[in-house]
Design a protein around this ligand. Structure first.
Ligand SMILES: NC(=O)C1=CN([C@@H]2O[C@H](COP(=O)(O)OP(=O)(O)OC[C@H]3O[C@@H](n4cnc5c(N)ncnc54)[C@H](O)[C@@H]3O)[C@@H](O)[C@H]2O)C=CC1
Ligand SMILES: CC(C)CC(=O)C(=O)O
Ligand SMILES: [Mg+2]
Length: 370
């Protein structure tokens, strides 16, 4: 029997609550479909810091390296506000991204028909929305050196972060965006700030050259990232694929989340390059949202972003396309039935907690995938 190894890192806050709902789906697929998932669990973020004094242990890094895919919940929270910067919860996630070389972060923003009214935008602006943000994930200001606070000795300090991009980093993320556009509506919009940033000038040049060399069949547009943010809330359906750097991608995908109704709706896949011999990619799947300390521990978080991240895992790591489609359809059907967590609640709908939403999606998945 095929075995498929999954390393689960639930993390902090609502991370474990959302992961519990994915665990049920994994168990169901193993029991009824012989999916052969073999799971291991580890600690990341504040929970790892509390246990080991580090945001992820070396043993868990090894397991992440060797798994077919990593499922990640969320990290962080006020409890760890005062821990040293190097071991803060978020450092665990950044290390996973960097060491597993997960340079391509795919963040689809899809507005399910039943949720057009849940967005803060007018329903006609978001109905049928289906955009894909392709965020560069292992470079830019998140990782550039120097990164420090220096004492200027005159009562002043200076905080320094450095935005760095090399040609190869821009070329490979642009190629991912162009390839994905070919499977969708064949349009890419590249966002940077070439008017104020040298890295933006290079980004623009390299995307243009990559397009010219290999992807002239795809329609390419360039937009300054601030204007891009404005266009995302003015007329979001103008976009198909957006490709952008690490920081702008982080911000623009949180903006895009609200087009879909809630940050609790947005999944993501973080992918490495295919291995030259096996063609397999290292991969980590995580919701776009964080640990939501304001609602953690109450059983009310929306698990859809986490469940939809698992659907992306089925699609991208295991080529289980039918199962991924069925799981995404199950999410859509449950929303059509008017079942809602608090963040996407609307008049006439039935308000449920995290576990009930997970159960409803699993029941619907079981029904349609029989
Ligand atoms: N990938 C990760 O692990 C990320 C971690 N963080 C960390 O999370 C902590 C909290 O950050 P915030 O800025 O508050 O962002 P957040 O994404 O945790 O929460 C923002 C708002 O969205 C709501 N929300 C988020 N996910 C939800 C869900 N599934 N269901 C219902 N409501 C949901 C929260 O209740 C909150 O009001 C910080 O420590 C931050 O560094 C933030 C973003 C990503
Ligand atoms: C390291 C993360 C907390 C940064 C973030 O907000 C994200 O990647 O979405
Ligand atoms: Mg973010």
């Amino acid at each position: 029997m095929t075995t498929r190894s999954l390393f689960l890192l639930p993390g902090d806050g609502i991370g474990p609550e959302a992961m519990a709902e994915v665990r049920k789906i994994i168990a169901y697929m193993n029991e009824t479909k012989g999916a052969g998932f073999v799971t291991e669990e580890g600690l990341v973020g504040g929970s790892a810091y509390d246990a080991h004094g580090a945001a992820i242990s070396e043993a868990d890094m090894d397991k992440a390296m060797n798994a077919d895919a990593v499922l990640f919940g969320a990290v962080g929270g006020p409890k760890w506000d005062a821990v040293p910067y190097e071991v803060r919860p978020e450092a665990g996630l950044l290390r996973l991204r960097k060491d597993l070389k997960l340079f391509a972060n795919l963040r689809p923003a899809i507005c399910y028909p039943a949720l057009a009214n849940a967005s803060s935008l007018k329903p006609e602006l978001v109905e049928g929305l289906d955009i894909l943000i392709v965020r560069e994930l292992t470079g830019g200001v998140y990782f550039g050196e120097p990164k420090e606070i220096i004492d200027l000795g005159n009562g002043q300090k200076r905080g320094i972060d450095t935005q760095v991009y090399d040609t190869y980093e821009i070329e490979r993320i642009a190629s991912v965006a162009f390839e994905l556009a070919r499977t969708r509506n064949n349009r890419v919009c590249s966002m940077e700030k070439r008017n104020v940033m040298k890295s933006g000038v290079l980004w623009n040049q390299v995307v243009t050259e990559t397009h010219k060399a290999k992807y002239q069949d795809v329609q390419l547009e360039h937009m300054l990232a601030d204007a891009g943010g404005m266009q995302l809330v003015r007329q979001p359906k103008q976009f198909d694929v957006i490709v952008t750097d690490n920081l702008f991608g982080d911000m623009l995908s949180d903006v895009a989340a609200m087009l879909t109704g809630s940050l609790g709706m947005l999944p993501s896949a973080s992918l490495g390059a295919p291995d030259a011999k096996t063609g397999k990619r290292k991969a980590l799947y995580e919701p776009v949202h964080g640990s939501a300390p304001d609602i953690a521990g109450q059983g009310i978080a929306n698990p859809i972003a986490m469940i939809a991240s698992f659907a992306m895992c089925l699609r991208y790591s295991f080529n289980m396309v039918k199962e991924a489609d069925d799981l995404e359809k199950a999410i859509a059907n449950v929303l059509d039935q008017g079942i809602r967590t608090g963040d996407i609640m609307a008049e006439g709908c039935r308000k449920v907690g995290t576990a009930e939403m997970g159960d409803a999606i699993l029941a619907e998945f079981a029904r349609i995938s029989k």
